[in-house]
Ligand binder design. Sequence first.
Ligand SMILES: Cc1cc2nc3c(=O)[nH]c(=O)nc-3n(C[C@H](O)[C@H](O)[C@H](O)COP(=O)(O)OP(=O)(O)OC[C@H]3O[C@@H](n4cnc5c(N)ncnc54)[C@H](O)[C@@H]3O)c2cc1C
Length: 484
Amino acid sequence: MFHRTPRAIRFHRERRVIVRRSVAIVGGGVAGLAAAVRAAEAGWSPILIETRTMLGGRATSFTDVRSGEELDNSQHIVMGCCTNILDLYERLGVLDAIEWHQTLHFARGGGASDALTIGSLPAPLHYARSFAGMKLFTLSEKAAISRAFLAILRMGPKGRLRWQGRAFTEFLAQWRQPARVVELFWEPIVLSSCNMPSARCEATHALKVFDEGMLAHSFAGTVGVATIPLVHLYDNAREIITNAGGELRLRTSAKALAFDGTRVTGVITDDGRIDAHAVISAVPPNRLAKLCSSTMRDHDRRLLKLEQFTFSPILGVHLAFKRRVMETATLALAGRATHWLFAHNAPPNANYAQRIEAVVSAADEWIGLSEEEICTRVCADIAWAIPTVSRADILWSRPVLERQATFASTPGIDAIRPRAAIEAGDPSGGIPNLFLAGEWTDTDWPSTMEGAARSGYAAAAALTSSGGVIADLPPARLVRFMRV
Ligand SMILES: Cc1cc2nc3c(=O)[nH]c(=O)nc-3n(C[C@H](O)[C@H](O)[C@H](O)COP(=O)(O)OP(=O)(O)OC[C@H]3O[C@@H](n4cnc5c(N)ncnc54)[C@H](O)[C@@H]3O)c2cc1C
């Protein structure tokens, strides 16, 4: 789909590798792909094992049988602060397929909305002008938000650690945020970034989103949306892997990791045994639990807490409209059960004018609802924001509920997230050639594609002793000055 030669492919054309060692990577989601690309660059041959027919894991697309269209399982956005997933897109040659938006629109109901736009002032003042102009909040409510923002900026990453293991609502209470501000400002952003309501969300995850995702750098809060179906972002992965002497094994399920009592020796799959010098697991924790024997757990304490992870659902609803109904690319429905709307232009020859994707985060209460009920509720929320819309404008709808969309970012979660590699001096010894990736591992990020890419890079770096995680955007000078 893209004609630019990806950086990782160029790299292999230019470099001759004589001896390659093989690494079996289980899971072809973002984490497994990130690990495969970096391992290939470092001279290893990755054998990427993916149970499904396509790459991308939770961040992928499917062909909808009713409309015949290639739809994403849900809208996925990246932000300017997501340095690792953006780096991966660049290595895959698809960075141009991300369209950037500098404005977040907040619906006020009845067709009115506020725009929160990144302005020309340096961070952390880049939102100041448009924030001051928002009609959604009164002057005293804006003062309350600004006080909390100042506290977040001043504490920075070090100060955040004091909030570890606590719910984000405790922070909001300490900074006396009015209930209306919590509902209409903090909650929509926490829900969409951490997929948890503030009352159940690990405070450090939410604080990180506001600090590093909005305030610390003026590009951080820019919202990136793929202009092509997510699955095509990975089209170049096969060539990168095969150029490195590796293999892409789709429709292949890992059944167990082969272990000789000291090291992993490969992967047992439903299609036979795959021998490898090392293994990177890039599957969710509950899947990894099924691949490890009790002997492996005795040898490596990173595998002991896999069953303690819980998950949080996301509902995405694709709605095709006869006519163009939404003028902005994104719209937050503050205070409504449907949290965000994303507008997509119709592809050529489509029988509709515009497709809107509605997203409901932490969608526990929607589980068990019929398609009809889901559509009715979402349409009511859209009509609240855009009163000209009626149910009759909708040609077709397609809800997609992912029950295990993200690991649950509950207070204290970071204590059970394992590292990519065994730690020096680990009393349990550990399995030295087993590396763990997946957004649920110890990335310091909530469950996001950025977390997944970071985990893959960290695992590849531990395997190859080269490369590593891409640095964060540097905080702006004024932000550095403000940190206590
Ligand atoms: C509906 C929804 C909306 C989201 N929105 C956003 C968003 O806007 N922005 C954002 O950054 N993140 C978002 N996320 C989160 C993001 O998708 C995930 O955090 C990320 O994709 C996780 O990647 P991963 O590689 O760690 O895991 P996964 O994507 O789960 O990949 C694991 C892979 O392993 C495969 N697998 C499992 N078991 C086996 C086995 N035994 N053998 C072989 N293969 C196996 C699976 O099929 C899968 O492909 C969203 C997630 C969902 C579901």
